[in-house]
Design a protein around this ligand. Structure first.
Ligand SMILES: Nc1ncnc2c1ncn2[C@@H]1O[C@H](COP(=O)(O)OP(=O)(O)OP(=O)(O)O)[C@@H](O)[C@H]1O
Length: 237
């Protein structure tokens, strides 16, 4: 059978598909799962090859059960994956008051006020905003510092920015299971970035460091300049 342009297209599409899947899972806890699955498949393949009937039967049946178990255990990742696939393309809905945000973050970091700030992009964050106090306020650095001042009723939880305005504060974000050893504020930032395309800023109360969670990954501590550059790039601001 001759090699046609269809075969070439097929190969290119399959390569692109596997590459995108790899990009989606690398750095997340699903990577360990993929490694485990490869080992499982290898053992199953060898059991079949060597004619080990019982082992091959057990592994074959466990695979069916395992598929259901995986759907349950990895429900947050699957949700994030489908959400990413279905996300509308095109210009991102944000006209963020970037400098005001950066000034606020710098002051929060200086004073070591713990803060969690999500920047909504294409994934609507209304369901998370509803868990806190909806404010719909004009964003200012002073408002951010006031919000996260320790002891105020709204300082607990995360704030959500939509199109440069402060949509809500005191919101509950989903906690990530991906990185053990992280505190809950950082896990909440990571968690929201796993299930949405939001950029989530965390200011650590302990160290004053500023980190950015994006696509299920948490950056190392960033300087204000690095943060500005990343936000400008991500938001096309
Ligand atoms: N699910 C959540 N959604 C939003 N905010 C949360 C959530 N869980 C915890 N937080 C916030 O994180 C705070 C606790 O932070 P904690 O000290 O445990 O985390 P951390 O990552 O070590 O941060 P830090 O470096 O600031 O100490 C809570 O007071 C609350 O404001």
């Amino acid at each position: 059978m001759a090699f046609t342009w269809r075969d070439l297209l097929d190969i290119l599409l399959v390569t692109a598909l596997f590459y995108s899947l790899w990009r989606l899972i690398v750095g997340t806890r699903a990577l360990n799962l993929v490694r485990g699955l490869l080992v499982y498949l290898l053992v199953w393949f060898l059991a079949n090859l060597l004619g080990l009937a019982t082992l091959s039967w057990i592994l074959g049946n466990a695979a069916t059960l395992g598929a259901f178990a995986l759907i349950v255990v990895f429900q947050p990742e699957l949700r994030g994956l489908l959400e990413r696939l279905g996300r509308p393309q095109g210009p991102r809905a944000t006209s963020l008051a970037l400098e005001e945000l950066l000034l606020g973050v710098a002051r929060l970091a200086e004073r070591r006020y713990g803060a969690l700030i999500a920047l909504e992009r294409r994934t609507p964050l209304g369901e998370y905003a509803a868990t806190g106090e909806v404010l719909e306020a004009r964003l200012s650095a002073r408002l951010l510092v006031t919000l996260f001042y320790p002891g105020t009723p709204l300082h607990d939880g995360g704030a959500i920015l939509r199109e440069g305005r402060l949509l809500a504060a005191g919101c509950l974000f989903p906690l990530s299971e991906a990185q053990v050893g992280l505190g809950t504020r950082h896990r909440a930032a990571l968690g929201l970035s796993e299930v949405s395309d939001a950029l989530v800023l965390v200011v650590s109360e302990e160290t004053g460091s500023v980190r950015l969670a994006e696509g299920g990954r948490l950056s190392p501590p960033l300087s204000l300049e690095a943060l500005r550059a990343r936000l400008k790039e991500a938001l096309h601001a």
